[in-house]
Design a protein around this ligand. Structure first.
Ligand code: SF4
Ligand code: SF4
Length: 491
């Protein structure tokens, strides 16, 4: 693969066309220039917040009582739980994660329909880490012109030292990233000490190495190639945007015909674009936004900052590059006033779906039970006819106690009048009053038998409910099953 330096203008359209044609364009090295402006500031704030959250979250503690992990956010394979501050997700609640993923996807659809690739430009981990890596690169090797000069210069001790420092810093960031990742699955202080002293497990070293390597390669080496060739999202988001989506846009009507600014020349008969190439020079993707909407543009808005600075310098109005829609481009071309339609059928639909899933998750959080009751009917035999003619069924009742205290439950039956229940124990069958103990943070399992006079049954299957009442709190739990009579068979 041949490599070259991406010029600030002219050749980008060709590269973009090659990508659209489905081929692999030879990689042109991109040297993004430093830029200042409101969008750059927003990106710095988000970068600090998102990376700070990622690196520091595993170190936050959350007291859950003795014998329980005190890490605020932890996926614990040992106890098969996910801890998120005061919320504890048990294996039987794993569907909540599916709900969270659906919610995240819907928010992404909604935001994309409103503002194009704002996720890619501001929030995507690939963008955030690449931005950090580029900041380190700029710190060590200088801005665009210095970096181009350095790369073209022959290898000297000075060049070697700069490259070595840059890659060392990149590797340290990568190691911190890989280390932080495994802390979400292990106690952070313990696994950090283990990694540093060589006492970690093979699995821990494997994932630490894997995430260190991928961070270094994706953010340091592959960079824009990930967004263009590896990520499916640019292809998917094409189906989510429409003519009213606000995306980073070059105001062609105002900018064309473009041309260099000549001293003393007026603005009559020409556009505001002075073809300075600053919008391309700052672009981390090497895109020329003046060529229109493109697959390579991640919507980071840095070209807006760059062009606004140029407009300030030449005394022309800002926002030659701005967030605008395809509809407005056409309206401006026709000499009409632009219209902004944020809420339209598809954005209403995404908003409604997002709110519905969010309400469902909030409902789960508020109404989730601190105990689960399961009843398993004996399969063999399905029923037994006793000497007095009454029918007996056997069951196994399981109580999952999700609290950290021992609990005692009173047991009752409902659904069949005159049903008699007895618990199986070491001394035989125990008669009422019936209560069951459930250990803290564990499962109680109890065999029991229900006997019913035949005249109370409604056919081969009669609905039956087990009612459990927590004797300390009065909370009631219910599990439905069936009582099987003569003639009943397994399906
Ligand atoms: S920064 Fe603005 S003026 Fe300069 S080339 Fe880009 S669009 Fe034209
Ligand atoms: S064209 Fe502008 S918005 Fe798109 S990636 Fe480049 S700098 Fe960011």
């Amino acid at each position: 693969m041949s490599e070259g330096v991406l010029p600030a203008r002219h050749e980008v359209r060709l590269r973009t066309d090659q990508r659209h044609a489905g081929g692999y364009a030879p990689r042109m090295r991109i040297y993004p220039k430093r830029v200042r402006g409101p969008f750059r500031r927003i990106k710095w704030v988000l970068l600090a917040a998102l990376l700070g959250l990622y690196y520091l979250l595993p170190w936050l503690r959350w007291d859950r009582g003795p014998g329980v992990p005190d890490q605020a956010v932890l996926v614990d394979f040992l106890t098969r739980r996910i801890y998120v501050f005061g919320i504890e997700i048990w294996p039987d609640e794993i569907y909540v994660l599916a709900g969270l993923l659906i919610l995240a996807a819907l928010v992404l659809f909604w935001v994309t329909a409103l503002f194009g690739r704002v996720w890619c430009g501001f929030f995507c981990p690939q963008t955030v880490w690449t931005d950090l890596y580029m900041a380190v690169e700029r710190l060590v090797e200088g801005d665009r012109a210095e970096r181009i000069r350095l790369d073209k210069s022959p290898w000297t001790a000075h060049k070697f030292a700069k490259k070595a420092v840059k890659h060392l810093l990149w590797l340290l960031i990568a190691a911190a990233t890989g280390g932080a990742w495994i802390m979400y699955f292990n106690d952070a202080p313990t696994v950090t000490a283990a990694i540093l002293t060589g006492a970690a497990s093979v699995t821990q070293y494997f994932f630490f190495g894997l995430f260190t390597a991928t961070t270094y390669l994706l953010a340091g080496i592959a960079r824009e190639q990930v967004c263009i060739y590896m990520c499916p999202w640019p292809r998917i988001q094409g189906a989510l945007v429409d003519q009213d989506t606000l995306a980073v846009t070059y105001e062609r009507v105002r900018g064309e015909p473009r041309g260099p600014l000549r001293k003393g020349a007026g603005w009559d008969g020409r556009g505001d674009c002075i073809d300075c190439g600053q919008c391309v020079a700052v672009c981390p993707m090497g895109v020329d936004i003046r060529d229109g909407f493109q697959l390579g543009c991640i919507g980071c808005a840095l070209c807006i900052d760059a062009c606004n600075q140029v407009m300030d310098r030449i005394g022309r109005p800002r926002w030659l590059i701005a967030y605008d829609s395809e509809r407005n481009l056409a309206l401006r071309a026709a000499g009409k006033r632009p219209v902004y339609r944020l809420m339209r059928p598809r954005t209403w639909l995404y908003a409604a779906a997002t709110l519905a899933v969010a309400a469902g998750l909030a409902g789960w959080l508020l109404l989730r039970s601190d105990a689960e009751i399961n009843v398993l009917h004996d399969r063999n035999p399905l029923y037994v006819t006793l000497s007095d003619g009454s029918i007996r069924n056997g069951y196994t009742l399981k109580i999952l106690n999700k609290t950290r205290t021992q609990r005692r439950f009173a047991l009752e039956l409902a659904g069949i009048e005159g049903a008699d229940v007895r618990l199986a124990g070491p001394g035989g069958l125990r008669e009422g009053p019936l209560w069951l103990e459930a250990p803290p943070d564990g499962v109680a399992s109890q065999r029991l038998f229900v006997t019913v006079p035949p005249e109370r049954l409604r056919g081969e299957r009669t609905d039956l409910r087990f009612l459990l009442t927590d004797l300390a709190t009065g909370r009631r739990f219910e599990a439905a099953t069936v009582f099987r009579g003569p003639g009943s068979r397994l399906p």
